[in-house]
Design a protein around this ligand. Structure first.
Ligand code: NOJ
Length: 508
């Protein structure tokens, strides 16, 4: 909140993540596209989300399915054209939905013209746009390991040097200590801001600053991939640079950064003093066991460890991890998790398909395509029952998720108690309740396996109850508490079945 009490839109928002390859195909190549997003925006209106984050749709050889960008200012033909991107932005805005796009600043594709030029010779004007080093004792310059396995350096025969890549060899890291790189990447931000996007999700932003000495990582971390460790002070200065750029645009443009550093203390540092990222992803729930103790700890720590003014974020799934429904292995628990997600203090991010309760697809060896083993959570969304599920082809780039007929958006829309209706109900309650959107959060004592917290704003009070246990619980609550939403068919406030959750409204 600003001093005059104004709340920027992104603090009040629920953001829906679109993984465009798997949202909806319209041209029959089996890969989702921008027109598919435009065609299904009304699904998002029906659900009640406020914004979308669209994973990369830029030109890319697809070694990492779009996170290897070969032109930041054009659309990959498999997704459509720049004109299609403009149409999606305009169509979303017409419906009151804001649009965040993905910005991938740490690395480009090895097919990006910048890298091709950099690689061409040691004297190339773009040589220093990437990290090139001589080897050490006939091997790479240091002991860093890349995400997805292997070392973080690849040898280039032609120029007899190694280049750095914290991800695949096809994803060389940009050298952000070079002011030309900073200027070129700022131009990318301007390009999309000028086209009207409302902000950026920023890929592995904690990795962009590097120590030019490239020291070895300690032996005890020998096999740990560098992405979970990389954390240089200079990164904060770089972030302040693009924060100033984004803030100079009208319309409360925003940023949400991916910081894969595991501990909240490091995550918190990326908010700076209100001059770095507007939001930072909090990935703790992606790895938390389904227990009261684990969730109590997360909720408490987010309240205690984020600096005042730092607005938290919440996510249960994304395109990099197994879906919440798969991790929990239980429908009731997945429904209770939706209640947890959408009643926290902070901006929730819903991964496409979680609102349908999708499980990961079983992907056989012959269908596996992702170097990081993440195909299951990226299965295409089923829009309708039937062989093609609303897509133009029955065999899209990845297999369908389990129970795709019953889990399709059309089937769930017709079924009153479906997961999709639960998400919609929760979103509606959140939207109508200042306490849920903005209010303070206080944990309350509760028996057994029940996690309880209250959200309060003025005279709006909500009590959230989540039963992590296998047994039903009757909390014997004061009858003035009214049931707003329940995760299942329960209809009595304060009575929770096993793995049941509820949002209650206090008497005013
Ligand atoms: C994080 C993205 O979410 C992931 O999908 C990608 O593989 C890496 N960053 C590299 O860009």
């Amino acid at each position: 909140m600003t001093d005059d009490g104004h709340v920027p839109w992104w603090r009040d928002a629920v953001v829906y993540q679109i993984y465009p390859r798997s949202f909806l195909d319209t041209d029959g190549d089996g890969v989702g596209d921008l027109r598919g997003i435009e065609r299904r925006l009304d699904h998002l209106v029906w659900l009640g989300v406020d914004a979308v984050w669209i994973s990369p749709f830029y030109r890319s050889p697809m070694a990492d399915f779009g996170y290897d960008v070969s032109d930041y200012c054009d659309v990959d033909p498999s997704f459509g054209t720049l004109g299609d991107a403009d149409r999606v932005i305009a169509a979303a805005h017409q419906r009151g939905i804001r649009v965040l796009v993905d910005w991938v600043p740490n690395h480009t594709s090895d097919q990006h013209p910048w890298f091709r030029e950099s690689r061409a010779s040691r004297s190339s004007p773009k040589r220093d746009w990437y990290h090139w080093r001589d080897g050490r004792d006939g091997g790479p310059p240091n002991n860093w390991r890349a995400a997805f396995g292997g070392r973080a350096w690849t040898f280039d025969d032609a120029s007899d040097q190694w280049y750095l890549h914290l991800f695949l060899p096809q994803q060389p890291d940009l050298n952000w200590s070079n002011p030309e790189v900073v200027a070129a990447m700022h131009d990318v931000l301007r390009f999309w801001l000028d086209r009207g996007v409302d902000g950026f999700r920023i890929d592995v932003v904690h990795c962009i600053g590097k120590d030019p000495a490239f020291p070895d990582q300690p032996a005890e971390l020998g096999e740990v991939d560098r992405v979970g460790i990389q954390n240089e002070a200079v990164t904060h200065e770089l972030i302040r640079g693009f924060r100033r750029l984004v803030d100079a645009y009208p319309g409360e443009r925003t940023t949400v950064g991916e910081v894969n550093l595991g501990d909240l203390h490091s995550i918190a540092s990326f908010y700076g003093h209100g001059d770095e990222l507007h939001m930072v992803f909090n990935f703790l729930p992606l790895h938390a066991p389904w227990t009261k103790a684990a969730w109590c700890d997360i909720v408490e720590r987010v309240e205690q460890e984020l600096p005042p003014g730092a607005w938290p974020t919440w996510a249960l799934s994304n395109h990099d991890v197994r879906r919440i429904r798969t991790r929990l292995g239980d429908e009731d628990a997945a429904r209770a998790a939706a209640v947890l997600l959408l009643t926290q203090r902070g901006t929730p991010f819903v991964y496409q398909g979680d609102e349908l309760g999708l499980e990961d697809a079983a992907v056989s060896d012959e269908h596996r395509v992702d170097p990081g083993g993440r195909d299951g959570c990226r299965a295409p969304l089923p829009w309708k029952p039937g062989a093609r599920h609303g897509w133009p082809t029955a065999n899209p780039w990845l297999p369908w998720p389990p129970d795709a007929d019953a889990r399709s958006a059309a089937s769930e829309r017709q079924e009153g108690g479906s997961m999709m209706h639960l998400y919609r109900d929760l979103l509606a309650v959140r939207r109508a309740s200042p306490a849920l959107r903005r209010g303070a959060l206080q944990l309350r004592d509760a028996p057994d396996d029940v996690l309880a917290y209250e959200r309060v704003w003025g005279d709006d009070r909500r009590l959230v109850l989540v039963n992590f246990g296998e047994r039903a619980v009757d909390l014997g609550l004061d009858p003035s508490w009214r049931l707003d939403v329940a995760s299942g068919p329960q209809r009595v406030a304060g009575v929770l079945p096993a793995h049941g959750a509820a949002v209650l409204r206090g008497a005013t």
